[in-house]
Design a protein around this ligand. Sequence first.
Ligand SMILES: [Zn+2]
Length: 203
Amino acid sequence: MIRESFDSEFDEGDYSEDEMTGGLSGKEGISFEYSDGDFSGGDIPGHELIDWDQMFMRRALTLAQQARQEDEVPVGAVVTFGNRVVGAGWNQRESLQDPTAHAEMIAITQAAAALSSWRLEKCTLYVTLEPCPMCAGAVLQARVPRVVFGASDPKGGAVTTLYRMLDDPRFNHRSDVTSGVLADQCGAILSQFFQEKRRQGKK
Ligand SMILES: [Zn+2]
């Protein structure tokens, strides 16, 4: 049960062409079957240090592509516990006709079920687009200590753009925030989606 809240409100015009040139690279198919023994930092020639933030954001991007295939605004999210994915979702607002069916809401609900706890105190939320006020509220309710997002949302972002809900001392919880991870790819899939929609609208 997930959705995204920015279909019609989201205007691709907010992204400059430069920001959008990245497109989707071929990297999102990375597997998560890493065991501790599979990598040793940068010591072994040919092995690079794993950037976990980028790796989990690529996973979120594959979920955004799933949304796109379902003709939903393409946003994807995962919740990790340690280096394990315990929740994953993509925007399903149209298919479920549920205004709360944002990718983050679905991923958070799944993670709480997987961990049998509403407190996601050791988890990280990765999402391709800056969370809206509802999803930032869910982050606070779930006590998620860290949020990583890709593209900023100038029309609805409640983390760094319109509001700073995760960094407000008046709430009883705050989250560390990392923004801009794979922002080009995360923004490109959205702008391509809306460009397609506009083209279709002109036919
Ligand atoms: Zn949201």
